[in-house]
Design a protein around this ligand. Structure first.
Ligand code: PXG
Length: 289
């Protein structure tokens, strides 16, 4: 059976799920998206992702032609018809087809796309031994140009940084903001542990407010750890005891090396491992049938 893709509430076979070449999503990266995950047939923090999608759309003056509840139901329905339990879900809303000019008033039909598919994960080995990252020369978007809080279809900065990473043999790359402070990785938020305290770049560092990031901050505080959201520099990464990344695909993954400098003792740390397990338990608990 071929996978079904939902476009504007209608299901199409994957091969027939198509968008106009005049769509401003394609012509200009004019649209927004979300990446979600389901476990055991249930979507983790669906409402949070829907909220962030509508906020991103709001921020780019794009009205999603569907109620939130309708979209949430369509996500669940698409998972169900595809008989997927542990899946990756991509929501995309484009500005729709228009003329070959920038003016969004010439577009008429925003496209609401729901793709559900199998998820490709980091190899298990990396959770055990940790990830090496490098700092990319490509900075995160200047917030006054395109606010990183918006999950827009314009992800070229992150893709260029990702290429720098993979060319250097690293699966993730650290991105700084326009002031040279640490922002985040190309598709993951970053945390460090120093003397038992957790630090992560604040929202005003120019980051996407990750849903996994928030879940991990809440978990850490629940077990009595202090979490500080602040301006961070690479110095903080280089001198940390532990470092880890959070994201929908990655969950919680240890970082053991940045720019060829070992972090701490060069092995995943105890707080990172504990939070990884606790995050798993949280996800299992929230997605139990
Ligand atoms: N920063 C950036 C720039 C992201 O794109 C995150 C942080 C983590 O946010 P969440 O809400 O997922 O904890 C993201 C999310 C993919 C993929 O296909 C990327 C993300 C999420 C899911 C899949 O590479 N990035």
């Amino acid at each position: 059976m071929s996978l079904k893709v939902s476009i504007n509430g209608k299901l199409f076979d994957k091969a027939d799920a198509k968008i106009s070449v005049y769509d401003h999503g394609l012509l200009y990266g004019d649209g927004v998206f979300e990446g979600l995950r389901s476990y055991n047939g249930k979507v983790f923090r669906l409402e949070d992702h829907i909220d962030r999608l509508y906020a991103s759309a709001r921020a780019i003056h794009l009205e999603i032609p569907m109620a939130r509840s309708e979209l949430a139901e369509a996500v669940v329905e698409t998972l169900k018809v595809n008989d997927l339990t542990d899946a990756y879900i991509r929501l995309v809303v484009t500005r729709g087809a228009g003329s070959l000019g920038l003016d969004p008033r010439r577009t008429s039909d925003p496209q609401v796309i729901i793709i559900t598919d199998t998820i490709s994960l980091y190899p298990d080995e990396l959770y055990e031994h940790g990830l090496k990252i490098i700092t990319s020369g490509t900075i995160r978007n200047h917030p006054a140009a395109l606010n990183p809080r918006i999950k827009s279809l314009n992800y070229l900065n992150n893709i260029l940084a990702k290429i720098e990473g993979t060319n250097a043999g690293c699966l993730e790359a650290l991105m700084l903001n326009h002031q040279g402070h640490v922002a985040e990785c190309t598709g993951d938020n970053i945390f460090i542990v120093l003397k038992g305290v957790i630090h992560t770049p604040s929202v005003d560092s120019g980051i996407l407010e990750g849903i996994t990031r928030q879940a991990v901050i809440d978990l850490a505080r629940e077990i009595g750890l202090t979490v500080i959201e602040r301006t961070m520099d690479r110095h903080d990464i280089y001198t940390a005891d532990e470092c880890f990344l959070t994201g929908t695909a990655a969950e919680v993954i240890p970082v053991i090396d940045c720019d060829a400098r070992p972090i701490g003792d060069g092995h995943p740390g105890p707080i990172t491992k504990d939070l990884h397990h606790r995050f798993h338990a949280l996800v299992r608990g929230e997605t139990r049938s």
